[in-house]
Design a protein around this ligand. Sequence first.
Ligand SMILES: C[S@@+](CC[C@H](N)C(=O)[O-])C[C@H]1O[C@@H](n2cnc3c(N)ncnc32)[C@H](O)[C@@H]1O
Length: 494
Amino acid sequence: MDEHDMLLSPAGVDALRTALTRAGYTSNGIADRLGPQATGGAARNDFRAALRATEDRDPLGTLIRVFICDQTEPEAAVAAALAPLTVDEALAGGLVERHGDGLRAGVDLEPYGDDWWVLADLPASSRPGRPLHSEHVLGIGGATQTLIGAAVRRPVETALDLGTGSGVQALHLSEHSRRVTATDLSRRALRFAATTAALNGQDWELLRGDMVAPVAGRRFDLVVSNPPFVVGPGTTTHVYRDSGRAGDAIGAELAAAAPGLLTEGGTMQYLANWVHVTGEDWGERVAGWFAGTGLDAWVIQREVADPMAYVNLWLTDVGEAADPHRMAAWLDWFDAHKVEAVGFGIVSLRRAGHADPAVRVEDLRQRVEPPMGERIAAWFDRQDWLRARDTEGLLAERYRAAEGLQLRQEATMGDEGWAVDRQVLAMPHGLRWTEEVDPLVLALVGGADGRLSLRDQLALLATAHDVAAEELAEAAGPIVAHLVERGIIEPVTA
Ligand SMILES: C[S@@+](CC[C@H](N)C(=O)[O-])C[C@H]1O[C@@H](n2cnc3c(N)ncnc32)[C@H](O)[C@@H]1O
């Protein structure tokens, strides 16, 4: 990208970096300056303590007041804080804007991670009444963070961020990828991403175009995407939100593109919304996206919203919640397509090169223990382990129940004491899965202490329950595979 593709000239970016570094405008620098109470308050948009702590308007104080607390500050103080970047350059690049007799933030200049900065647009809520630019560049919100947390952070050669916006996903990729490519449809977004990259001393390949078009014919070890996933009639008013595709087609489109984008063993992860249609199983619908791709697929539904709440959320996001026509048109489209809810979740795909890929679509709405990316990587590892063994192979292994595994029982008091109605195994860590089990499976998991092979364990169970050992072994195959897939029992490695 040449210099015209950034918010500032290359020299201007260097000057801004010098100013921010000199002032200590980093996450840690700000936390040190404000202390825990004011830092915590500022994170909740309560700036009272932060403003008290920065009254002397030294460079760090001024930067905090302008870019964190969204204050209008005297031009002389802002000039001193941004130097050697001049106020004229900062105004021309849109970093600051004139307001009253001072200057205020024109963009979201966010200190991020230990010593990064991310440039994005200010959210609709900070400039009420001002319409969002149609190519609004999204800051670091909830969805962005979900993908950051879910991405598998293992070292790779090549990584791609589709729909990079501010460039925040690419920043994370740069930590564990030798080469980073980032794309966007929006020229404006690419200007922000290029500035974020340069400000952080990064060198990414930035390409413009529609979804995978700019990287057609190329393959990557890791692809991440937080695409414009919002479900609706297919009209585009804001490019960060609307894909221009009707319904949830963008999720299906990315699935179809994945086999051609990934190297052997490569991983692709993206956020998606999917419709829940009356009379249709949402899981089957989403699983259908991966039919014929040959990819292992794991889809986790994290949230479900009803149409009214959904439309409200996304109209509020662009500052248009009060427009009754927009809301009615959107809800009418949902009605016409029998959409009763919209699911949000994470799609993780891997090109494992097997004829019989594992496709799982599940609801997982409980709070999970981070890092999610490690859990997802481990799930694919377990798929590999399972794939390398037939039932005989599974039976030959020894297993141990997951650490801290809990048993929860529901029982009803009857004439002969407690009658157990339901037994549930619960994992207290990780994804915190729960699994209803019958007494035989419970006994099998309870006996998994790593000493006996599963075959020997089953022989003992067969005797105790008076069933044929071979029958039990045959029935146990898929059950054990499922328990291993979820990490409820773990193979003991010699
Ligand atoms: C939800 S934002 C995500 C931004 C950033 N990657 C993040 O995680 O915060 C979606 C991004 O996709 C871009 N985009 C929208 N439609 C696109 C398309 N058809 N092809 C490529 N990028 C697109 C938008 O400009 C925007 O930057």
